[in-house]
Design a binder for this molecule. Structure first.
Ligand SMILES: [Zn+2]
Length: 91
């Protein structure tokens, strides 16, 4: 019987420090942007009302309509955010 062995049993907390933008951060950014916006936000690519807010920390903060939000370039609500791709929050 080994004495003096400190056996740590249990799950070590995984440090989930990934680079994917979180929805919480996106929502915080969205409320900040909306504070400085008069009226309803519009799509940056056309004149439709925006349906989504694209957010990538430090690089992307823009509004797009449903026609211009690309599921290939954004993590739409409910999908897992991927590093390097903006989060798309539905408005
Ligand atoms: Zn559009």
């Amino acid at each position: 019987m080994p004495a003096g062995d400190d056996v740590v049993d249990g799950d070590a907390p995984s440090s989930a420090a990934d680079a994917a933008p979180s929805a919480d951060a996106a929502e915080a950014a969205l409320s900040g942007v909306l504070d400085g916006t008069d009226g309803d936000p519009q799509c940056v690519l056309c004149s439709n009302d925006a349906d989504y807010f694209l957010y990538d920390p430090g690089s992307v903060e823009k509004f797009v309509c449903w026609e211009h939000v690309s599921p290939h370039s954004a993590a739409v609500d409910g999908e897992e955010p991927r590093p390097g791709r903006p989060v798309a929050l539905s408005l």
